[in-house]
Design a protein around this ligand. Structure first.
Ligand code: PLP
Length: 389
């Protein structure tokens, strides 16, 4: 069990840590789970790939999440061990025969996704022609509005989707459509456009049992991104206007867990406006590069937060690779120096899930914090909020 502290400064004072620390706030995860489960008119599946820390999974369960979007057999094993009552859905379009068989026969997984007829053949063979399968066809949808595009790798156009839905009907007890608009999508209308595509398929095939609107809902890194409820309103309107009568589900990763953790990383060297840290792109901070300098940051010492004037810094990770750089502006207290700690907020998503041991840097340990989450949009310092907007 991770040790528990009332603040990042208290953690540093007690722990004398040398390594990065992922600071998980279970109470924030629970609250966010309750909020999303409450707001969405269907099942909320947590996308486990986003953060598979057991403490995170348990907190989401405590907040009411009962369904999990598991994309590998290891994720399924983890969820079933930790949360035996949970329902897993295998929402990766390409799976090994062995993984499908174990998922179905050992873990009771019935819901699988596919975007190719050979994957359908594989699922039917691996489950011995099971009669209780729930099979979802993954659609290709326009990806505008997302910071991280997921178009190109998975999904089929309308004509092929129609063929697949017809083929799936022969084998599945229930049929669904699914899509993913891309991650950190800040345009609710992206879901409208994707539902338009789904409706085109339904117009050809007749009604389906399920519509899965995927993940992609944004975390509030800057604080001015649309809230989850705004996306739900667009989805409900689009579904109603198309007259789609089916069960809805969504698969949020980032929107469920981003605000449930921060990362504490130590300054090893200051060179002008550059800070060299003990965590980086190959550790917990990959998203500071891929999403960019949008994350709330602050400087902390064991004695407390360092206030005063801030400067725009570039950040560098600990490995020798020059990919391990996180160009700014990252706004951090001007007096930052070697031995200080930078706390990066909103880091619950795609942080520890992406870390490697590259170059011998085993990025970090986990601790539990009970503070309010200084980095949440409503709690940010006025200058942090102004810069983000
Ligand atoms: C199939 C699927 N569902 C859900 C997610 C979670 O996406 P997000 O974290 O953007 O909500 C992903 C992310 O890659 C995905 O591939």
């Amino acid at each position: 069990m991770a040790d528990t502290h009332c603040s990042a400064a208290a953690l540093l004072a007690r722990r004398h840590s040398k390594e990065p620390v992922v600071c998980v706030r279970p109470h924030l995860l629970e609250a966010q789970a309750e909020r999303l489960v409450d707001a969405f008119p269907g099942d909320v599946l947590y996308a486990v790939k986003c953060n598979d820390t057991p403490l995170v999974l348990q907190s989401l369960w405590n907040g009411g999440v009962r369904h999990f979007d598991t994309a590998s057999i290891n994720e399924i094993r983890l969820v079933r061990t930790l949360l035996p009552e949970a329902t897993c859905h295998f929402m990766h379009p390409v799976k090994s025969t062995e993984a499908i068989a174990e998922a179905y026969f050992e873990h009771g997984v019935k819901r699988f996704v596919l975007d190719h007829v050979d994957e359908l053949t594989k699922i039917v063979a691996a489950t011995d022609g099971a009669e209780d399968l729930e099979l979802f066809v993954r659609l290709a949808v326009p990806g505008q509005g997302a910071m991280l595009s997921l178009t190109g790798k998975f999904g089929v156009e309308v004509a092929e989707a129609v063929r697949l839905v017809r083929a799936v009907r022969w084998h599945a007890k229930e049929v669904g459509l699914t899509f993913h608009v891309g991650s950190q999508c800040v345009d609710p209308q992206a879901y409208r456009r994707a539902i338009d595509v789904a409706a085109e398929v339904v117009a050809e095939t007749g009604s389906v049992d399920h519509l899965d609107v995927g993940g992609g809902f944004p975390a509030l890194y800057k604080g001015d991104e649309p809230e989850f409820e705004a996306f739900v309103a667009v989805i409900e309107t689009a579904v109603a206007e198309h007259g789609l009568v089916c069960r809805l589900q969504c698969e949020p990763g980032r929107a469920l867990v981003a605000d449930g953790a921060s990362v504490l990383t130590k300054v090893e060297l200051r060179r002008g406006r550059s800070l060299y840290l003990n965590d980086g792109v190959y550790g917990n901070l990959a998203e500071l590069k891929w999403i960019g300098p949008q994350f709330p940051t602050r400087l902390v010492r064991p004695s407390g937060e360092v206030g005063g004037a801030q400067e725009a810094f570039d950040l560098f990770g600990p490995t020798c690779d020059s990919i391990d750089s996180m160009p700014g502006p990252h706004w951090i207290a001007a007096e930052a120096r070697e031995g200080d700690w930078v706390e990066v907020g909103m880091m619950g998503a795609y942080s520890s899930a992406l870390k490697t041991a590259f170059n011998g840097f085993e990025a970090g340990t986990v601790a539990i914090l009970h503070d309010d989450g200084w980095y949440l949009p409503g709690l940010r310092e006025p200058e942090q909020a102004a810069r983000a907007a």
